[in-house]
Design a protein around this ligand. Structure first.
Ligand SMILES: [Zn+2]
Length: 224
C-alpha cells in the first residue's frame, strides 16, 4: 500500500492532447519524506496485445534522488502497481531488541505506519519509542530505580541517561520536536518535525547501542 494522491495531467509522449488519470506517490521511497514530486520522464511499454505498462520517473525536492512508479495503463487511466525502490525496512541492533522488545515492537509498528503514509501515527509512535528506549536502558542496564525513571519526562531522561547527547546545545530543538509530558494532545507532527524526530531517534539508537556494546563486549566465538 502506498500513500498517493489523485492526479490528472497530460503526458507529452503518450497523450499530448488528453489528461491521464493516475495516482502520484507522496512519500519519497529514498528518504521517507513526504513530497510533491515532479515528473522527470515517462515511457509506455506494450507487453501484450491487451496490456500496457506506464513507467514514470519522479523526483522530489527532499533528497533529489529519482524514483520510479509502474502503472498498468488503459484508456487514459493508469493503475499504480509498484514503486521502486521500496521503502527500507527497519533494522534495530540485536542488543537493543533484546534489551527492549517493547521499543523494537513500537519502532516497527511506527515504521509500518510511516510506509503506509500515516505520518501522524508514525511521528507519535517514534516519539514514544524514544522514551521507551531510554527508560528501558536506564532501568534495565543502569539499574536506575524504576519509580524515579517513570516519573521523569523525556527531556530530563535524555539528559540524565545519555550524557553524550549534548542536551544543552540542542535543548531548544529537542523540546520543540519531542515536547514535554503535557503537550502531546496539542502536537502536530508536521513534515519537518517528523524528519527531525527520526534523526534524533537514529542518534539515540546509536548511543544506546554503543553503550550496550561497551557494557557487554562481544566475545569472539573461538574464545568461548
Ligand atoms: Zn527523498
Amino acid at each position: 500500500m502506498y500513500k498517493t494522491k489523485s492526479n490528472s495531467c497530460r503526458l507529452s509522449n503518450i497523450t499530448p492532447n488528453n489528461d491521464i488519470i493516475f495516482e502520484i506517490p507522496i512519500i519519497c521511497p529514498n528518504c521517507g519524506f513526504s513530497l510533491q514530486p515532479i515528473i522527470v520522464d515517462h515511457r509506455l511499454l506494450t507487453y501484450s496485445s491487451t496490456h500496457r505498462l506506464l513507467i514514470i520517473s519522479y523526483k522530489g525536492n527532499c533528497c533529489s534522488t529519482p524514483f520510479y512508479a509502474t502503472y498498468e495503463y488503459s484508456d487514459l487511466k493508469a493503475t499504480l502497481l509498484d514503486i521502486f525502490p521500496h521503502l527500507k525496512s527497519v533494522t534495530i541492533p540485536k542488543n537493543i531488541k533484546e534489551m527492549s522488545p517493547r521499543f523494537a515492537n513500537l519502532y516497527e509498528q511506527s515504521s509500518t505506519a510511516e510506509q503506509n503514509g500515516h505520518l501522524e501515527l508514525a511521528g507519535s509512535g517514534y516519539r514514544n519509542s524514544i522514551e521507551i528506549l531510554i527508560k528501558d536502558f536506564a532501568i534495565k542496564k543502569l539499574h536506575a530505580p524504576e519509580k524515579d525513571v517513570c516519573k521523569m519526562n523525556l527531556y530530563d531522561s535524555i539528559g540524565k541517561y545519555l550524557q553524550e547527547v549534548n542536551i544543552e546545545t540542542s535543548a531548544a530543538d529537542v523540546i520543540r520536536v519531542l515536547g514535554n509530558d503535557y503537550t502531546h494532545y496539542q502536537r502536530n507532527y508536521d513534515d519537518i518535525d517528523f524528519v527531525v524526530v527520526k534523526k534524533y531517534l537514529e542518534i539515540f539508537i546509536q548511543q544506546v547501542e554503543t553503550k550496550l556494546l561497551l557494557m557487554e563486549p562481544i566475545v569472539p566465538t573461538n574464545r568461548q
